[in-house]
Ligand binder design. Sequence first.
Ligand code: ZN
Ligand code: ZN
Length: 353
Amino acid sequence: MRADMFTARLDGYGIDGMLVTKEQNRVYLSGFTGSAGALLITRAGYILVTDFRYTEQAGQQAQGFKVVTHGAGEFYKCVMEEAKKLGVTRLGFEAQELTVEQFTSYEAVAGGIALVATKGAVEKLRVVKDDGELEKIRKACRLTDRLFDHVLGTIRPGMSEKQLAMEMEIWMIKNGMSSSFDTIVASGVRGALPHGRASEKLMQKGELVTIDFGGFFDRYTSDMTRTVCIGKADARQKEIYDIVLASQIAGVEAARAGLTGKEVDSKARVMIESKGYGQYFGHGLGHGVGLEVHEEPRFSVTDESVIEPGMVISVEPGIYIPGWGGVRIEDLVVITAADAEVLYESPKHLIEL
Ligand code: ZN
Ligand code: ZN
């Protein structure tokens, strides 16, 4: 089980127990989907501390874990007492997750157990997806293809960006998804904002519209971007689109096990730089996707992590020109032994509506 994979790593962090409170990590290691609870992962056993609302659910979901229900106001004390019973002397915690208040609350009842900060410890296990996880991500991506079809049938001149985003939200709810981030709909000059959330702006004929969206299905998310033209594209729009598309295709081609994130990024980036638009591509080429929409690893100018089979990563170059607009195209790929498989079927040529 997954918790066993983590116990093998305890020594590497100089700890003999790990406290896991981040929701996605808790679900990943235990299967427990409740909104409150803490895991203790040790060689002596696995404990899930939660409150009475979740005792029954935790017992059903968290196979291999002993479920302990804490009393009102005794969460921290209960966690540290259970850690002590398991013989823990150095307890790792998620430095990026605990608030200062939570940390001091654990510390106040630590009773001699040292609290040790760790960073991304469980997240490192999550970068390579198993078959069950890949199946869920594939399902989310298939639905996302259908949602893009729906977008093509819905978008029209005079409609506001927000109205389109709302139509997409409704579609997701009807089809068992929930959006995993605020949908980006950036039309015309707003396309120069890489993260331009849908606004009241009306979409006009002759404008490019960048739509970046994704949704959870069975806790795993998709993430897709397409840029379409309302009406006929002009020569400049076509030119910029083709450069981004060539870069995106080069990125998918370059995404191979054994390369570093930096090497993959550079093979896509050079396609944009060689055309003189390098300064307008200011973000990394991609990011891991799974239980969270932004996870490790990254395709970026600084990422030295080595790409492995089973990783699911986005490939999303863009060009953003202030006062003109922008283009981004994003696919998710799963790294296989031989190459990278694109998880979408939606077309990538410039669609003129
Ligand atoms: Zn995206
Ligand atoms: Zn993305």
